[in-house]
Ligand binder design. Sequence first.
Ligand SMILES: [Zn+2]
Length: 442
Amino acid sequence: MNAAKTCGRLLLLTIWLALAGCASDDAANSALDELVASMDPAERMADPEPATSIDITMREIAGADADALTQIANVEAFWIDIGSEIGLTYEPLDSARLFPRSTLAAIGPVSCTASDQSLELTAELTSFNAVVANCPQEGITVLWDDIDLKAFLDRNFPEAGFAQLIAHEWGHVVQNQLEAVERSTLLEEQQADCYAGAYMRWAESTGTEPFTNPRARDLAVLSILESRDQVGASPTGPNAHGNGFDRIRAAQEGYDEGVAFCAGYDDAAPPVTQMEFTTEGEAAMGGNLPFDRALALLDPTISAHFQGLTDEPIDSFVQLPGEAVLSQQHAAIGDGAVAALLGLSYAGAVQLASDMDTAGVPAALQRACLLGTFLNRALAGDLPVATADGTSLRLSPGDLDEIITSLTNSPAVLANPGLVFEMVSAVRIGTIDGPDGCGMTA
Ligand SMILES: [Zn+2]
C-alpha cells in the first residue's frame, strides 16, 4: 500500500440510511398473487441444510451488544475459513479498534492516523451509519451504529439486516487487508455487497444464524433494497453504493459464485444500471410517466417484445391486470410496477402460446426471468417501437428498483420464505443473460 493510496483511503463510508424510502403498500397485488397461488411448497428451493460445522470464537468488545459480538465472530470465522480462495490470510481485527456508536458517545472521538493525515472518528460519523477506516498506525477500525441503525434494521429486517450490514462492512475490512487496488467508490461497494452475499451462502452451509431459515435470505435482499441510493443519484458520486438492482445483483452473485467471483470485479467490473436524471422534468416526476401515458406506451411495447419470444401468436392468451390494480401500483411504486405487472402477464401468455408449463414454481420463476428479458432490451436501448405515434420507451432512474419493489411487495410472495430471493434472482438472470437464461431462445 503506497502512501498516496493510504491517504486517500482512510475512510470507507457506508450509509445504510433508508434514503429512497420504500413504497410498500398493503393493497392486493393480484397479478403477483396469482403468480404464486398455484405453487406447491414441496417444489420450493430446499431449506438450507448445514453441511459442516465451524468453530466460532467470541471475543470481548467494549460496549458491544451480544448480537454484534455474534455477527462479528461469525463473519470473522467466514473469512478465516474462506480467505485463501482470494489469497487472503485473514487477520482478526484488534478488539480495541471495534467501536459501537454508544461507546464512542461515552469515550469521545478516537484517532485514525496516516503518515500525513489524521482523522477523528466520532459518534456523529456513525449515526445511522457504519464505517470501516483504514488507519495505518492504529489498525483497521470498524464503527457501527448500535442505536438508531440497529433498531431500524431489527424492526424491519429482524436479525438478517444487521447480519448483512456487518458482513458488508467486513467486505471493506478484507479490501483493506488485501493489496491496495484502485477502485471507484461504487466498485468498492459492489464488491462488499458481493462478499456479503458469499457470506450468506456460507452461513447457510455452516448452520450459522440467522441464515438457517430461507426467510432470512429474503430479509437480507429487502434490507439491501431499502439501503439503495436515492433515485437519480450519480453512480460516480463520492458515496455511491448503487441502486437496489445493482446492490442485489452483487449480493446474489456472491451468493451464487463465491468470493473469488467478487474479487474478480477488480478485473472485470460488473455492469452498472444506476443512472442519473437527464432532464429537470424527469427529475421533477421522479422518472415516472403519468399513469395513462405509461400504460399507453408500455402495453404495446411490452406486447411486441414478448411476441418476439415465440412464433405462436400470444394475443388470445393475454390476461392483463385490471386498470384499477395497475393504477394503484403506479401510484404506490411508480411506472416500473406497471411494467412488471404487464410483463409478467405477457410472459404467461408466451408460456401458454408455446404450450409450456404455467403452473408451479419453475413456471413462475420463468415468468419473472422473461420479465427480465424485457429489461435486458431496455438497458440496451433496443426496445421495439410499437406505439401508434412512433414513440419509443427508455428506462429512467428508479425503474429497475420499482420493478424489484413490485415483485417483492406481493403478500403471496412474502408469505413463501425464500421466494423474494428467488424471484429477484430470476429477474436478474433474464436481465443479464436474455432469453437464453430463461430456457428460451429468441
Ligand atoms: Zn460499504
